[in-house]
Design a protein around this ligand. Structure first.
Ligand code: NCD
Length: 308
């Protein structure tokens, strides 16, 4: 049966571990024999820099080809009223794999019903999920722990920012709970901190963490000197429908309160919640994290084509 990656849990811990091991050896080189001639359609209905370009780079470095659709809303037949279902039916007749970014939560799951045996990868659907971001995020933590940067004990992880509407928070938090322990990334507590009304993650995320007995202390009690990984997110204004959020920066004074071994992550793009002054701090890990995007996506595509 064809594997669609619609949510972070779409791959088993064993498979993801295999992908991480493969990604470890991959870098900015060409591996033309890994995906020779495979054509991958990138159908992006909403804005993207990293996800689009790291997928495109990954495909080309593996010897595959990109069928580009970077602005589907404006420059495809969507502008003439074509449905997502029809677009997917048509493109699955051309491509060997489809990568979809869409503004509606659940779009990837819906689309996966119309692409036959062509694998579909969710590159972010509304405020729902962003599985490949979660894979590269978990890979970053897994690697930092393997390399001795993070201690080899249960980690304290803090999500700081717009936890209520960030799809990256949902995907990573759920993946940590469901896959982390089996993959050797154990954690002590997952905590949340953010502006009023946006600090708490959605109920499904909270329940998954609470059921595992890993929910950290409430907002105001979080102590930064006890945190190993901070995952900062920007206000997801595109999903707020007029609700106002007070931006709370994770600046240098906050970074300095973390232990020296801690790492600061951010899926990017950043806005004022993560000032540039933090970049020079050795705990700033977000550009390493975004670099990992290409290697993890290469390993993932390689895996999908090896195991159709
Ligand atoms: C994230 C996204 O699209 O959800 N960006 C990304 O893919 N790296 C995070 C965000 O937009 O805030």
């Amino acid at each position: 049966m064809v594997t669609h990656i619609t949510h972070a849990g779409s791959l088993s811990p064993g498979t993801l571990r295999h992908v991480f091991e493969k990604a470890t050896g991959l870098g900015k080189q060409n591996y033309g024999s890994m995906l020779p001639g495979k054509q991958v359609a990138l159908l992006f209905y909403t804005a993207s820099t990293r996800t689009y370009l790291s997928f495109a780079a990954a495909i080309q470095r593996l010897g595959g080809e990109v069928l580009p659709g970077s602005d589907m809303k404006q420059f495809s037949s969507v502008a003439k009223g074509e449905s997502l279902e029809d677009t997917i039916r048509v493109v699955s007749g051309y491509a060997d794999c489809i990568v979809l970014r869409h503004g509606e939560a659940g779009a990837a799951e819906r689309a996966s019903k119309y692409c036959g045996n062509v694998p579909l990868i969710n590159a972010g659907d509304g405020d729902n999920e962003h599985p490949t971001q979660a894979y590269l995020d978990l890979f970053t933590i897994w690697q930092a722990q393997r390399d001795g940067r993070l201690p080899k004990r249960g980690l304290n992880i803090l999500f700081f920012g717009d936890n209520a509407t960030s799809r990256t928070v949902r995907s990573l938090a759920k993946l940590l709970v469901s896959h982390g322990p089996d993959m050797g990334v154990s954690f002590e507590k997952i905590s949340f901190f953010g502006p009023e009304g946006f600090s708490s993650p959605p109920e499904d995320v909270k329940a998954a963490i609470a059921d595992a007995g890993k929910l950290g202390l409430p907002d105001h009690m979080v102590q930064l000197d006890n945190v190993d990984v901070v995952y900062v997110t920007r206000p997801q204004v595109e999903f707020h429908q007029g609700r106002k959020l007070e931006v709370m920066p994770f600046g240098l004074p906050a970074a300095k309160l973390l232990p020296e071994h801690a790492i600061i992550m951010h899926p990017l793009p950043r806005t004022s919640e993560l000032p540039e002054e933090v970049d020079a701090d050795p705990r700033a890990w977000y550009f390493k994290q975004s670099n990992n995007g290409m290697a993890v996506r290469m390993a993932l595509l390689w895996h999908l084509f090896q195991n159709p």
